[in-house]
Design a protein around this ligand. Sequence first.
Ligand SMILES: Nc1ncnc2c1ncn2[C@@H]1O[C@H](COP(=O)(O)OP(=O)(O)O)[C@@H](O)[C@H]1O
Ligand SMILES: [Mg+2]
Length: 409
Amino acid sequence: MSTVTLTHVYKVYDNADKKAAKDQTPAVSDFCMEIQDQEFIVFVGPSGCGKSTTLRMIAGLEEITDGEIWIDDTLVNDVAPKDRDIAMVFQNYALYPHMTVYDNMAFGLKLRKVADVKRDKNGKPVLDENGNEIPVMRKYTKAEIDEKVQRAAKILAIEEYLKRKPKALSGGQRQRVALGRTIVRNPKVFLLDEPLSNLDAKLRATMRSEIIKLHDQLGATFIYVTHDQVEAMTMGTRIVVMKDGFVQQIGAPQDLYDYPINTFVAGFIGTPQMNFFDGRITPDGTITFANNQTIKLSKEALANFDADKIGTGLDIIMGVRPGDLKVLETPNDMSVTARVEVIEALGNETIIYADLDKNAEVHLEKGPTSIVASAKLKKNPARKSEIILGIDEEAIHIFDRATERSIRK
Ligand SMILES: Nc1ncnc2c1ncn2[C@@H]1O[C@H](COP(=O)(O)OP(=O)(O)O)[C@@H](O)[C@H]1O
Ligand SMILES: [Mg+2]
């Protein structure tokens, strides 16, 4: 059993200028979360949003400014890192270059002590005058260390490299040794801070699935930090999306994808990125946006949204994922027309870059009327031709423009 609970956790870094520290924006603000036993949690967000800081606070490598962190039933705010039963893998893991793979993995164990009872030469517990066993801390034996290293090596498929030095390994093999060093310790919680970001794309994909397998095998709780939303979506049982030190949304990958709570999460999760348009919605479900095109939601679709928020009309940001657009033959209530700018035929699907304003100048950057659709097409439209794009009304996202929050009920 190993749960991790954070309640109202804050981190303000003390900089040299102590006076300014009080007014400093926290690196992490009001982080609240209960992580269940054996979950695979991913912290994701742009660089500088507070992911590593949160992870380091859980590890005990960074002091907590305010709030509480619990591991199982223990408040660990003041527990030393080595006593937290957690292990951390960093982006810039450093293996000892002069040691073999075996020794790199064994090294940490040689330094650690294990709780045991006093024993005689034959390994039988020695009793005190009251007949009780006598607790002692002792070093791991050679045999115990060997058993742990061999087991980790087997899990990671690096048994044949145990005698090699790190320089004779590929990047992926070295990364596995770094993981191996944490596995031998058999921790309750694994903390991984962008462990794959130094690897090339192909290896990253392989290691991604290896880490998922590792999680299944070890049955431990994993907390994994990445700035890559694809990694987050494919690895996490739940994802925590962060921005500027604040948790934006916590949820299963599909829930974040289907029901993003605000424009930030909506834009961060999913590729190609969601299309956003400034617009206005009226109580009958009519949405006017980009170059005065209009669509009208059916009663059923309109019922997904908060009528009180819409009121007599609301300025909104409308969001549509590229995959929720279809190329139609004839227009309907939910369709718009667009001029095709660029076509990327990927074989299995086509990405269409188009503009909702057929008189718009060609934008090199995304303009306010540009739209991206991804579709399976039998025949790709010609550049500069006009197409009809139908929007899946069940998959439309509507955000209050003032707050950027979803108005979905
Ligand atoms: N040791 C430090 N001292 C002062 N500020 C720091 C320190 N470490 C991180 N920060 C700041 O805290 C914020 C969060 O950083 P970090 O947790 O490393 O973000 P992430 O891992 O999401 O990229 C950033 O603004 C960063 O500059
Ligand atoms: Mg970081």
